[in-house]
Design a protein around this ligand. Structure first.
Ligand SMILES: [Ca+2]
Length: 114
């Protein structure tokens, strides 16, 4: 009998442990799920785009799984790698797509512009 529903038996056992990294790409299953990656495929490249528009702003862009709304994480900044401050979520622009959420953070080159 064929069914379109997914049961626990259909999920590979390697995915049950949120801290496991069975594809050895240094991303635990929980992070892979949040970022919409395949936990069984070594695909840790191109997780995000970081760049700098000369004299304008720094930017960071990444995608998240639209269904992983119960997992959140923060973006932190530091001037000396000792003290860290979380960047307010209000600074992150979110664009919802059908299967993912595109997140974009832009920081002005001159922080006085914030
Ligand atoms: Ca992994």
């Amino acid at each position: 009998m064929h069914s379109d529903s997914v049961t626990v038996a259909d999920i590979p056992h390697q995915l049950f442990d949120p801290s496991a990294d069975h594809d050895f790409d240094s991303l635990p299953n929980l992070i892979e799920f949040k970022l919409g990656r395949d936990s069984l495929l070594t695909d840790a490249r191109n997780l995000s785009t970081f760049g700098y528009d000369l004299g304008v702003e720094y930017y960071l862009s990444w995608n998240e799984n639209a269904m992983a709304h119960d997992i959140s994480f923060g973006i932190y900044e530091s001037l000396d790698l000792n003290g860290w401050n979380e960047i307010p979520q209000s600074w992150i622009r979110s664009v919802p797509w059908l299967d993912r959420i595109e997140r974009n953070l832009s920081l002005p080159d001159d922080k006085s512009e914030r």
